[in-house]
Design a protein around this ligand. Structure first.
Ligand SMILES: [Zn+2]
Ligand SMILES: [Zn+2]
Length: 252
């Protein structure tokens, strides 16, 4: 005997290499799902291929692109090919800072009617079906938006996108069941560029009161074991390293 399926917020990693993809890897991209709604959160190179291992493209409900660096969005261009020419559909919602739309238009020309692109900024809120998304401007070169995603069960996850230490996950609000935070840098690279070390990611997630931390966007060559240890020490609990195709369920 079973009742209606419980609503569960789930995050699947489609790619997690920072800045460029390591051998066999893919850059930043995640699939966020709840209650039959599916959002592709960042579309780094390699993530369109991996997305299709988890979702029929016809079932995608929206795309969210956090910033204009190419490791976070360029697979939306071949996705546009797919739905413009081969698997036609119209009005697929895309949310991003305006610079990403400008660059996409420069490469692919007209994006409508396949895509329905909406500019968002820090402080913007949007809904995609049962998912509610809110954005926060991070400490990173181009306009970059961290995002909080909540669902009807009351569960929420937070994604840092790319950021330096001048922004904290606490900007996404309290009660994050899971924080997905960039940890691009080895310790000796701290503050050389607008990214975080694993220890800084752990500190940020701890300050936000997140119940679980997954670190991602490690640049190729950064020691994953040391990064996990550094993040865990700063967070105060064991931390997961994002891995392609890993799936996390998030509860309130
Ligand atoms: Zn990046
Ligand atoms: Zn970036």
């Amino acid at each position: 005997m079973s009742g209606p399926a419980a609503v569960t917020l789930a995050l699947t990693v489609l790619g997690c290499s920072g800045s460029y993809a390591g051998p066999g890897g893919a850059c930043s991209g995640y699939l966020v799902q709840s209650d039959g709604v599916s959002v592709w959160l960042d579309a780094g190179p390699g993530t369109l291929a991996n997305l299709q291992l988890h979702l029929d493209l016809d079932d995608l409900d929206a795309v969210v692109l956090t910033h204009a660096h190419p490791d976070h969005w360029v697979d939306v261009l071949p996705y546009h090919n797919a739905i413009r020419y081969l698997r036609p559909r119209t009005g697929l919602p895309v949310f991003s800072p305006p610079e990403v739309r400008r660059l996409a238009r420069e490469v692919n020309g007209g994006l409508e009617p396949a895509l329905h692109w909406t500019d968002v900024h820090g402080g913007s809120t949007v809904t995609v079906g049962a998912l509610s998304l809110s954005f926060s401007r991070t400490d990173h070169g181009p306009e970059t938006l961290a995002v909080r995603v909540g669902d009807a069960s009351g569960a929420s996850l937070g994604y840092s996108a790319d950021t330096g230490p001048g922004w904290s996950l606490s900007e996404l609000g309290p009660d994050l069941g899971l924080a997905l935070c960039e940890a691009s840098l080895a310790p000796e690279q701290e503050r050389r560029v607008q990214h975080l070390t694993a220890a800084q990611a752990g500190t940020s997630a701890r300050a936000a009161g997140a119940r679980r931390l997954v670190i991602t966007h490690l640049q190729p060559g950064v020691d994953p074991d040391r990064s996990r240890d550094d993040a865990s020490a700063a967070f105060g609990l064991p931390v997961d390293l994002a891995a392609d195709h890993a799936r996390y369920e998030v509860h309130r």
